[in-house]
Design a protein around this ligand. Structure first.
Ligand code: 0GY
Length: 292
C-alpha cells in the first residue's frame, strides 16, 4: 500500500543548536515496517514505513539521548511495533500506547515492563471514530494504578467541550502540540486563553511541538514562536518538546528535522528553559527512577 502523504526528509541537516546531554525527543513515532507490523484496517491514512532503526539513527544525528515513542492512529490499538521499538532501545525509549477497554491487566503489565508509561486518547475527527468518554475514564483509572499518565490530542476549537472530561481524568494529562491553536487568531483569542487557563492546573502538561503542522507561513515557522514561548515562559516545568518524526499526514511540506531542532532556542531562549524542556521535564515524567 502506498503512503498517502509526503515521505519523511531523506537527509535532515545537522542542527546548529546542540541539545544538552540527556535531551529527550518526547513525541515521535515508529511505523511498521508494514510487512512485519501491518497497519490497522480502520486507519484513516497509510504512512510510509518508519522503522525503529531509522528513528534511533535520527536521534543520534540530531544529538538527542532518548525518545518517547507515541502510538499513532495508523497502527490502531495494535501496539506491537511500539513495543518492539521499546525493547530494542535498551532503556533509551519510553512509550505511549493506544488501548481500548478490552485490554487485559496482563497486557498492561507487559507493556509497563517494555517501557510504556502512558495511554493516548485521540479526539481528532479526521484521525479516529468517536469513542465513549466513559471508556476513556475507565482506562485512565486502570493505568493510574500503574503510575501511568494520559496523553490527549485535540484541536483548539474542541477544548470547550472536552475540558470537563479532561479535568475528571485521575492522572497527569499531557496535551499534544500546544492544544493545536489556530495561530492566525493570535495569543488573545478565546481558544488559546482557554488553553492557558486549563494549563494553570498542575496536572496538565503540554508539548511545544509541531510548528510545521500549526504554521500558516511555513518554515522557519515565525507565526508559531509566540505560542510556544508563552507556554514555556508560563509553565516552564510542564512543557515537553518533540520532533513528531516521521510527520504523519504532512501534505504541505515535509520539515527538515535539523531545522526543527534549531527552532528550540527561538522558543526557549535561555539555557535553563531548554534544560527543563529537553531534560528535566521529560525525565520527571518518563524516567523518574533515573537514567543509566
Ligand atoms: C501527530 C499528528 C498526527 C497524527 C497522529 O495518531 C496519529 O495518527 O497523531 C496528525 O495527523 O495530526 O501527532 O503525529
Amino acid at each position: 500500500m502506498d503512503p498517502d502523504y509526503l515521505p519523511f526528509h531523506p537527509s535532515p541537516s545537522k542542527p546548529a543548536f546542540t541539545p544538552p546531554p540527556g535531551a529527550v525527543d518526547a513525541h515521535c513515532h515508529v511505523f511498521g515496517p508494514g510487512e512485519v507490523f501491518p497497519y490497522a484496517p480502520e486507519r484513516k491514512y497509510t504512512p510510509c514505513d518508519a522503522p525503529k532503526e531509522a528513528l534511533f539513527a535520527l536521534r543520534d544525528h540530531l544529538g538527542f539521548s532518548r525518545n518517547v515513542i507515541v502510538q499513532a492512529t495508523c497502527h490502531g490499538r495494535d501496539n506491537r511495533a511500539l513495543l518492539d521499538a521499546l525493547r530494542a532501545a535498551g532503556g533509551r525509549a519510553r512509550g505511549v500506547a493506544a488501548v481500548g477497554p478490552e485490554i487485559t491487566d496482563a497486557a498492561l503489565t507487559e507493556m509497563d515492563a517494555a517501557g510504556v508509561r502512558a495511554v493516548r486518547f485521540n479526539f481528532l475527527k479526521r484521525l479516529v471514530d468517536a469513542a465513549p468518554r466513559e471508556d476513556f475514564l475507565g482506562i485512565a483509572r486502570r493505568v493510574a494504578r500503574l503510575g501511568w499518565h494520559v496523553v490527549v490530542y485535540f484541536e483548539a476549537a474542541d477544548l470547550a467541550d472536552l475540558a470537563p472530561f479532561l479535568e475528571r481524568l485521575p492522572t497527569t494529562v499531557v496535551i499534544d502540540h500546544m492544544g493545536r491553536p489556530d495561530v492566525t487568531k493570535g495569543l488573545d483569542h478565546a481558544d488559546f486563553r482557554r488553553f492557558l487557563a486549563l494549563m494553570e492546573a498542575p496536572k496538565f502538561w503540554t508539548k511545544a511541538s509541531c510548528p510545521e503542522r500549526l504554521t500558516r507561513l511555513g518554515p522557519p515557522y515565525d507565526d508559531v514562536v509566540p505560542f510556544a514561548r508563552t507556554l514555556i515562559e508560563r509553565f516552564p516545568d510542564r512543557v515537553l518538546w518533540g520532533t513528531d518524526w516521521p510527520h504523519p499526514n504532512m501534505k504541505s511540506h515535509m520539515p527538515d528535522d535539523g531545522a526543527l531542532v534549531d527552532f528550540i532556542p527561538r522558543i526557549a531562549p535561555t539555557a535553563a528553559q531548554r534544560h527543563a524542556l529537553l531534560v528535566d521535564n521529560p525525565k520527571r515524567l518518563y524516567w523518574p527512577e533515573g537514567t543509566a
